[in-house]
Design a protein around this ligand. Structure first.
Ligand code: AMP
Ligand code: MG
Length: 416
């Protein structure tokens, strides 16, 4: 690993170097057979080709009448053509129908085209049919092929429908279903479990006494994880106790591909229980990353399967920013696709900003994308979650820069 030192300061690692180190250590989850109901957000590990034609048979594209185009070629509003209606073919009709020349069949959208028919007259081009005498009067002549959806018109057998590496969104799932696939080989959304540590933490909805606060990180990060593509779960608050932390991690390992803890990793010595507990394992490294908020970071592999664990700082804004920078892109790596960070853009600062030397600052801001402007929000300390809730972007101030005037151009990360 690379450590960039600053004279007179503790050695800190750059954000980029830390991120690369983390992502390089993560192995993708293995692909498995997934039913379509569990495949949302999964990444295909196979090419999917059409086993059958799509659509599988010639069928009607409209509600109307299946005809031989030549039989009604002369039809006009002034000189309509009347045909006997032989039968009715609804969608799902699996009987065989043969069109007798000089007659027609009533047909519904999606119903199989009777053999011998070469056009469908939409019901709008007729008098609607007379059920009493079994005839329909046609006022307009269809071209051969009118309102017919040919077998294979969407995909032919053997056509490549989806390639390995494709993330399965709603439309891809729909296509798999349309192609008749009940299962696919894919890497499922990685399972992430988040747990917060701290003796001061109380479940929201419960009473607190002075000295206690309501726990916010685990719910916030579980939702952020779901947004980032994880299958996310949270565990109840873990007390500041080494054994309790290790036991909670051990238990979570059974059902997670990634673990996230918050709290207990800063400079509080014996009070930094997560750090103390995991340092004993020897597979988790604790770093000072040159960023603000979120300097104390930890990452490593735990358990027999080498499950990645992120130990994020406890302050809610530090935890959230660290999550977006490091844990979000890990989701794609766990699915063997390119890491995806937050969307980046640039904008003009609406007000001057300050930043500590040697650290990359991520300041909460309100981005007006249309105007190309971003304004820092008041309240930039790591515990100030209300100001994060007002922001929609993070303003990046580079390591070497300590202040920027209003009007300066800055890089901005868009919050999801
Ligand atoms: P720590 O990293 O454990 O030293 O915590 C740093 C600060 O973040 C302290 O003020 C904690 O009370 C606060 N904090 C830690 N975890 C949480 C949490 N899950 N929800 C809200 N605040 C937290
Ligand atoms: Mg703590």
């Amino acid at each position: 690993m690379t450590v960039s030192g600053h004279t007179g300061q503790a050695a800190m690692q750059s954000v980029d170097s830390y991120l690369s180190e983390v992502l390089a250590a993560i192995r993708p989850v293995p692909p498995r057979q997934l039913g379509l109901d569990e495949a949302a957000g999964a990444v295909l590990a196979e090419d999917v080709t059409a086993a059958w034609a799509l659509p599988p048979f010639d069928n009607s594209g409209m509600d109307g009448y299946a005809v031989l185009a030549a039989d009604v070629a002369a039809a006009t509003p002034e000189r309509p053509v009347t045909l006997p209606v032989q039968d009715e073919v609804p969608a799902g009709d699996t009987r065989r129908h043969d069109l007798v020349q000089g007659t027609c069949l009533r047909i519904m959208t999606g119903a199989p085209l009777p053999s011998g028919a070469d056009a469908v007259v939409p019901v709008e081009w007729t008098d609607g049919g007379d059920a009493g005498n079994g005839h329909v009067t046609i006022t307009r002549a269809p071209e051969p092929g009118n309102a017919i959806r040919r077998a294979g018109g969407d995909a032919a057998p053997g056509d490549l429908l989806l390639t390995a590496g494709t993330r399965l969104g709603p439309v891809q799932i729909g296509l798999l279903a349309a192609a008749g696939r009940g299962t696919v080989t894919a890497r499922p959304r990685p399972r992430l479990t988040v747990m917060s540590t701290g003796n001061e933490l109380i479940e929201p909805g419960q009473p607190v006494t002075p000295g206690q606060i309501w726990e916010s990180n685990s719910r916030m990060l579980a939702r952020a994880a779901a947004q980032a593509g994880y299958d996310a779960a949270r565990r109840p608050i873990v007390p500041d106790d080494k054994q309790a932390v290790l036991a909670a991690i051990e238990e979570a390992l059974a059902s997670a591909d990634t673990l996230v803890t918050t709290g207990g990793v800063s400079m509080g010595g014996e009070h930094d229980i997560v750090k103390a507990a995991l340092q004993d394992l020897g597979t988790v490294a604790f770093r000072k990353v040159a960023m603000q908020p979120g300097m104390p970071q930890g990452f490593g592999l735990v358990g027999r399967g080498g499950t990645p664990i992120f130990t994020l700082p406890g302050n809610p804004v530090s935890a959230y920013v660290s999550f977006q920078l490091f844990v979000r892109p890990a989701a794609s790596v766990l699915q063997a696709t390119d890491p995806e960070g937050l969307a980046a853009t640039s904008a003009v600062l609406g007000a001057p900003v300050r930043s500590p030397s040697g650290r990359r600052s991520f300041l909460r801001g309100i981005l007006d994308a249309a105007a190309g402007e971003v304004a820092p929000v008041p309240g930039q300390q790591s515990h100030q979650l209300a100001s994060l809730a007002r922001a929609n972007a993070l303003i990046i101030v580079p390591e070497a820069v300590t202040e920027l005037p209003g009007g300066a151009e800055v890089d901005v990360l868009v919050l999801p």
